[in-house]
Design a protein around this ligand. Structure first.
Ligand code: NI
Length: 172
C-alpha cells in the first residue's frame, strides 16, 4: 500500500472539478487503488475519500466512520448511486481533506437509499442515515466535481478558497 498525495483546492481545483467516470470492472488493480486510498485517508486523517482527491477520475470512494474509536470499519464504494433521498434535510458542519482547515454547515438529506459495488464487485443496496448519509452525499458530490464549499454562498466559498491559498503559502 502506498500513501498518495491528496489534491487541494489551492493547486488542483481543475482536477477536483472533473466528473469521474464509471468503473468497468472491480479487479485487483482497482482494489490496490482502494487500499491506497484507505491508507491515505487514515493517515490524513479523514472519514471519507474519493478517488479524484488523489487524482484518479474514477467513481470510487472509501470511508470509515469509526474515527479511531473501536475497530476499523472500512467501507468501499464503486459506482455508487443515490436511488432515493429523503425530502427532510439536516445541517451538518462539514470539512474536506481537499479544503483543509475550512468547516461550514451544509444541508443534506437525512436519509438516502444507495446502490454500489463493494470491494469484491458485489452489488449492494442499502439505506444510510446519520453521519453515513451525510458523508456518502459529500463523497458522491466529489465524483461529480462538486465540493462542499460549492453548497455555500459565493462569498463564503471565495473566502474559503483564499484562506486555503494563504495557509498554503505560509506552510511553503
Ligand atoms: Ni471531501
Amino acid at each position: 500500500m502506498t500513501l498518495r498525495p491528496i489534491l487541494t483546492v489551492d493547486g488542483d481545483l481543475a482536477t477536483l472539478k472533473r466528473k469521474s467516470a464509471p468503473v468497468a470492472e472491480v479487479n485487483d488493480g482497482l482494489r490496490a487503488l482502494m487500499d491506497d486510498m484507505l491508507e491515505t485517508m487514515y493517515a490524513a486523517p479523514g472519514i471519507g475519500l474519493a478517488a479524484i482527491q488523489v487524482g484518479v477520475p474514477k467513481r470510487v470512494i472509501v470511508m470509515d466512520l469509526a474515527r479511531g474509536e473501536g475497530p476499523p470499519q472500512p467501507r468501499h464504494f464503486v459506482n455508487p448511486e443515490i436511488l432515493w433521498a429523503s425530502e427532510e434535510t439536516v445541517p451538518y458542519e462539514e470539512g474536506c481533506l481537499s479544503v483543509p482547515e475550512i468547516f461550514d454547515e451544509v444541508e443534506r438529506a437525512t436519509k438516502v437509499l444507495l446502490r454500489y459495488l463493494d470491494y469484491y464487485g458485489e452489488a449492494v443496496e442499502e439505506e444510510a442515515d446519520g453521519l453515513y448519509a451525510v458523508c456518502i452525499q459529500h463523497e458522491i458530490d466529489h465524483l461529480d466535481g462538486i465540493l462542499f464549499i460549492d453548497h455555500l454562498s459565493r462569498l463564503k466559498r471565495d473566502r474559503a478558497v483564499s484562506k486555503v491559498k494563504k495557509a498554503a503559502r505560509v506552510v511553503a
